[in-house]
Ligand binder design. Sequence first.
Ligand code: FSX
Ligand code: SF4
Ligand code: F3S
Length: 368
Amino acid sequence: MNGHDDTREFADMRLTRRSFIKGCTMAAAALGLADSMIPQLVAAATAPRRPPVVWLHFQECTGCSESLLRASHPDLGRLILDLISLDYHETVMAAAGHQAEEVLHDTINKHDGKFICVVEGAIPTKDGGIYCKIGGRTAMDILAEVAPRSAAVVAIGSCAAFGGIQAARPNPTGAVGVRDLVHGKPILNIPGCPPNPVAFLGTVLHYLTFSRLPATDNLGRPLFAYGRKIHDHCERRAHFDEGRFAEQFGGEGHRQSYCLYKVGCKGPATYSNCPAVRFNDVNQWPVSAGHGCIGCTEPAFWDTMTPFYERLPEIKLPVGQGTVTTAESVGRKIMGVTAAAIGLHAAAGVTRRLLKGTAKTDEIREEE
Ligand code: FSX
Ligand code: SF4
Ligand code: F3S
């Protein structure tokens, strides 16, 4: 990707008033705000204050930035770029090499303690962190320099939040998420591989409107986007409850849009608003497109949610077997079976909670 062309392209594009209001309304709905709050949101979004953002790229595929700024929703990307001052972002900035390093240092000096540090990608820690270097410095070094001087850190994507695929067993580079390394700063996790851009947009608008980050769960995920289990608001839930399942991809049940649980859907163990917010202009999400959720917003999902397409036979299904299984207990069983298969040491976060049987709502903490 040519950074210079991209920067110019974005600069040349103008957001229409209609698109602007549409974006704010979408974010307000995602945030769960009443319509009466929209004027306040719009006022905050049009105020001259634009928070400076330093966006760091570490071990990742850049899918998070791609899904945020490109894809089929250019208005959303433009709106985000209108709301923040994206002072450092290696993929879209015009500068390169030493010039880029100067921009980074100028930005953190000029906005010391005031900028938002967005991190995309995991941070390798093995062998002194040598497996990810930018400008001759390790990701660990750069994060250690930049994060303490920020106002808050946003870890975007499951890699930055929890280590992502880089941290999957055997985790050869010792990859970790931001919260394993940064302490003493508010840290917000926006997981997903990639995450829905609306989760980032909603976070920015919340910050601009209320001057604080949104409330989070115990994994640092904003509750407005990750407060509900996918299974609890999936359009195929009635099929699950009635025992109508797709038995195989391409089969009759699949063609009938039945529940994808038996072909591996991890919606009962995954927290995200995908069924409500959906993706891009096509208004789809994995399950509506006929593919089960793979649990991409959960910690260590590459280990705990695999095999992605395997039915877990130990789980009793709700109909025809005399047992009505609640979504929470289904989730607990999925994670229990998976965790047993891979060894408990690898099961992090949600797995531990589910195995303990602790209700998620008991663990919700207020924002910092
Ligand atoms: Fe990770 Fe972001 Fe997955 Fe990729 O860069 S969350 S690999 S989609 O995009 O960090
Ligand atoms: Fe939807 Fe998956 Fe739950 Fe079935 S198992 S209702 S497809 S989330
Ligand atoms: Fe990820 Fe599942 Fe949503 S795979 S995108 S959390 S439906």
